[in-house]
Design a protein around this ligand. Structure first.
Ligand SMILES: Nc1nc2c(c(=O)[nH]1)N[C@H]1C(S)=C(S)[C@@H](COP(=O)(O)OP(=O)(O)OC[C@H]3O[C@@H](n4cnc5c(N)ncnc54)[C@H](O)[C@@H]3O)O[C@H]1N2
Ligand code: MOO
Length: 445
């Protein structure tokens, strides 16, 4: 009998064979969710110039010293400085320029008085706001009464106070989320050099499979796996291509996979890897010359056929992995039982995708939790079991969270899988778990 692999051995073997995808330059929004390859250096100061943080009046501080509502400082308004303005206004002694948030601080001015600390040029009490320029163009002229003093640089955002030129804006390895995309845009970068999202071809196999939405004939079931695997691949950050279910015919399957290789950085199949007479994935891919890709690649193909293995794991015992075709595209062949396929995705495909994307860590985090519920759990000794769980994180009174098993161990139980938010990871040597025992949990968030 051939060797039984542990979960870790199988995963290590996969990760050893997979390299991050070559970097490409993408437009900013296309780079969202991708990993930066190099440090991004700030080209110029941000903000690029001293500017106002308030709508108000740019003044010299000496002119408003000691100002109060009772004894206001009266200044001549010399004009408007709107955001985006390139006007050359200089604020002299006894003068103020009406200034908008984000507008460059004019030469001569040292601080900004918010409009609420003035009469807004009306000659009345404290202003709430400025009248729209289009309605009251005279607001940029005349006099303004200032009711409070300001200190130097008050309400001024200094040039470079956000980032300075030559500093690192984002480090290599950063995943570009909305805020990081925003920073790159702010420093003027229209593109980013990142690891692209991997393209994943997802195939399910089985002559019993019918697409959802189509009626079932005798002995048929709806194809769930290609949907769950496509959705999981997308959630992991990949670009999935779902190929409809392929019937149990080795030549059709081989030809379908070969056709798909052109758009695949990784191929995932489900079903057909067990020991039955119609286990077509095994039949199609264990032939050493299955994907020659040309005479010159023959030796590669011989050296690396897809290897089918038995894992000490439940669900997910039968697995296959290899590198196929001229580009040695990784292929993971997952078992057909829907829960087995999904758990296998989480344990093996997701880390492979994260490796292709250059993302760390490649594995999901684990937490410790206490087993909730009234019943003890049994687990097959010698096999690592992944039960579906409903995990509640630690609360105010509870330092370790709790987890309750949902559904049974059966790998056909799709409804329970849909209720779960975690996997309960039970080691090979554990045969029984009682309520209150501590267990390892893999939250699926
Ligand atoms: N004699 C043995 N039989 C089986 C063994 C074994 O060791 N000895 N292992 C069992 C285990 S464990 C698993 S897991 C399955 C894996 O079988 P396959 O990968 O060959 O999968 P299939 O036979 O194609 O399908 C299994 C099961 O899942 C249903 N299925 C398949 N694809 C889909 C899909 N896309 N959507 C929904 N359901 C799907 C299929 O109808 C079968 O019921 O083998 C055991 N047998
Ligand atoms: O491994 Mo099977 O996946 O136990 O149902």
């Amino acid at each position: 009998m051939s060797k039984t692999w542990s979960v870790e051995e199988h995963l290590e073997d996969i990760l050893r064979s997979i390299r991050p995808l070559d970097p490409i330059e993408l437009n900013l929004l296309d780079a969202q969710g991708c990993t930066l390859v190099d440090d991004v250096i700030v080209p110029a100061a941000l903000p690029p110039f001293d500017n106002s943080s308030m709508d108000g009046y740019a003044v010299r501080t000496a002119d408003v010293e000691g100002a109060s509502e009772e004894f206001p400082a009266v200044l001549s308004v010399i004009g408007d400085i709107a955001a985006g303005s390139a006007d050359e206004l200089t604020v002299g002694s006894g003068e103020a320029a009406r200034i908008m948030t984000g507008a460059p601080l004019p030469p001569g001015a040292e601080a900004v008085v918010p409009v609420e600390w003035t009469d807004g040029g009306t000659g009345g009490g404290p202003a709430d706001s400025m009248p729209a320029h289009s309605d009251a163009p005279e607001g940029a002229t005349g006099q303004v009464r200032v009711h409070r003093p300001v200190h130097p640089r008050q309400h001024v955002r200094a040039k470079g106070s956000d980032v300075k030129p030559g500093t690192v804006a984002l480090k290599a390895g950063t995943v570009l989320g909305p805020a990081q995309v925003g920073l790159l845009a702010a420093i003027g970068r229209g593109t980013a050099t990142v690891r692209p999202r991997p393209r994943v071809v997802v195939l399910s196999t089985g002559s019993e499979l019918v697409a959802p939405g189509e009626p079932l004939g005798p002995g048929q079931i709806h194809d769930a796996n290609s949907f769950v695997l496509t959705a999981a691949a997308r959630e992991a950050g990949a670009i999935p291509y779902r190929v409809g279910a392929v019937a149990d015919d080795a030549e059709t399957l081989r030809a379908t996979i070969e056709d798909q290789l052109i758009r695949a950085d990784l191929v995932v199949t489900s079903g057909g890897v067990s020991v039955g007479a119609y286990d077509v994935v095994k039949e199609a891919l264990s032939r050493v010359d299955a994907f020659r890709g040309g005479e010159e690649d023959r030796m590669d193909a011989v050296a690396d056929p897809v290897e089918f293995r038995r894992l000490a794991m439940q669900p997910g015992k039968p697995q296959g992995f290899g590198l196929i075709g001229p580009d040695r595209t990784p292929i993971l062949t997952l078992p057909g039982n829907p829960v087995s396929a999904y758990v296998s995705f989480e344990l093996f495909v997701r880390p492979a995708l994260r490796t292709l994307m250059g993302r760390q860590p490649v594995r999901r985090r684990t937490v410790r939790a206490r087993l909730a519920g009234d019943d003890a759990l049994s687990s097959p000794e010698g096999k690592r079991q992944f039960l579906r769980g409903d995990y509640t994180p630690p609360g105010e009174e509870d330092e370790t969270g709790t987890v309750r098993a949902v559904g049974g161990a059966g790998s056909h139980l799709i409804a329970a899988l849909a209720q779960a938010n975690a996997l309960i990871d039970i080691p090979e040597k554990t045969g029984r778990l009682a309520p209150g025992d501590e267990v390892t949990v893999v939250p699926l968030d």
